[in-house]
Design a protein around this ligand. Structure first.
Ligand SMILES: [Zn+2]
Length: 412
């Protein structure tokens, strides 16, 4: 049976930049392996969440895994919690959460509590994990540095609540969580959350770790700031829907979370960090090993291209593409002859605009029986001339299902 490797480089699509000879980072980068993939395959442009819309990383991944976001997207928090390794139950409401520093009047001083160490945060997390507020169970896990995942479990909860996190508004008091609709469930959830935030200030302020930090002149992690509510809904897996045994190789929690939501096995790869220092070769090797171990499909995610786009760092983004290209080379050489290999980006993150934008992303697919087109280079402009034309995100997984011999004829 054929197999597939699907590489998604976050936010790798970009716009031509006059400061760099009117090129995009993909056009500026030396990436012989991506170009080989394009030359030996079929190319096109991917509209991950549909034409003209600006994709988020969560909605775009849902779509390319075959889960239309208009039907399935219920907030980011659940994916972050799944990515952090928490087991969720149907109806759980989950949040991303920061340890932060507030001063007098609960005014925000440092949203990241001086990037408190992961080990300190793990210790502080014990204050909250297992707490019960108004009959609602709190599940809490510290992840990396100041970041954490928070889950509320109980009857009558809703994800239609606002954030306590004032985001980058330093000097502003911590926000009161508000219900976003008129339901009693949203009211109750907002009340529980406000109580948790208020309690967190007292509990954290008197914790020895913070006393120690204060002595050393470091910002105290003296409040929890939840944001990005989401509700967990158990959905049929890729195995159930398409008969595909899928694995995920990723560093970032969000991507692991969306993959787990779709029923993929998340492989732990040493050196996969979700940052520019990620070990792309270790990721490539893990993907090849997963195919050998019997997976039909392996999703590989690389995050840093998006980070450089958000920071407006064109040169660094192009460098990151060159680093990823080495992994593509490893995959082209090492994958079984009958394997399909595809590469794309989940959205465009323009270095000039320093944000996501609506433009579709280059898509290239190589494998047995592919209608090879005349495209020789993998970039935004060349792939526009390819045989795949313009494809929608939700069409990607059904396409893989057919390539892998798992699709059913529509009709007879
Ligand atoms: Zn993204």
């Amino acid at each position: 049976m054929p197999k597939a490797i699907f590489i998604v480089c976050d936010g790798m699509g970009d716009l031509p930049d006059p400061k760099f000879g009117g090129k995009t980072p993909l056009q500026a980068a030396k990436k012989p392996n991506m170009d080989k993939l394009a030359a030996e395959g079929i190319c096109g442009l991917l509209h991950s969440v549909g034409g003209g819309r600006v994709p988020g990383s969560d909605t775009s991944h849902l779509a390319i895994f075959g889960y239309p976001p208009d039907r399935y997207y219920t907030g980011r928090g659940t994916f972050e919690a799944l990515g952090a390794g928490l087991k969720l139950e149907h109806g759980d409401v989950a949040f991303r959460c920061n340890f932060a520093t507030v001063g007098k009047g609960m005014k925000l001083i440092d949203r990241r509590a001086g990037r408190i160490s992961s080990s300190e945060a793990k210790e502080l997390a014990k204050l909250f994990d297992g707490m019960v507020i108004g009959g609602v169970k709190v599940i809490f896990k510290a992840t990396v540095e100041h970041r954490a995942a928070l889950v509320l479990r109980g009857k009558g909860l809703s994800w239609k609540v606002s954030d306590a996190d004032p985001h980058d508004a330093v000097g502003v008091p911590v926000l009161t969580v508000r219900p976003l609709d008129g339901s009693p469930e949203a009211r109750k959830t907002a009340d529980v959350l406000n109580e948790l935030v208020a309690k967190s200030h007292g509990l954290l302020s008197s914790h020895p770790i913070n006393k120690e930090r204060a002595k050393k002149g470091e910002p105290q992690a003296n409040i929890l700031l939840p944001r990005g509510a989401g509700v967990f809904e158990k959905v049929p897996s890729l195995k159930e829907r398409f008969g595909i045994r899928a694995a995920c190789v990723a560093g970032g929690a969000l991507y692991k979370g969306v993959a787990r939501y779709a029923g993929m096995d998340v492989l732990e790869v040493k050196g996969a960090t979700g940052n520019a220092n990620t070990d792309v070769m270790a990721k490539g090797k893990a993907a090849l090993a997963a195919l050998k171990a019997g997976y039909d499909y392996v999703f590989i995610h690389v995050k840093a291209t998006d980070n450089f786009g958000h920071d407006g760092k064109f040169r660094e983004k192009a460098k990151m593409i060159e680093k990823i290209d080495l992994m593509v080379g490893l995959l082209l050489k090492g994958a079984p002859k009958d394997a399909y290999i595809a590469i794309t980006a989940d959205h465009t993150t323009s270095c000039m605009k320093m944000r996501h934008s609506h433009e579709p992303t280059p898509f290239a697919l190589r494998g047995p029986g592919i209608r090879v087109d005349g495209v020789k280079k993998y970039d935004e402009l060349e792939c526009a001339k390819g045989g795949l034309g313009h494809i929608a995100g939700i069409d990607v997984m059904p396409m893989f299902a057919d390539l892998l011999g798992k699709a059913h004829t529509y009709g007879s």
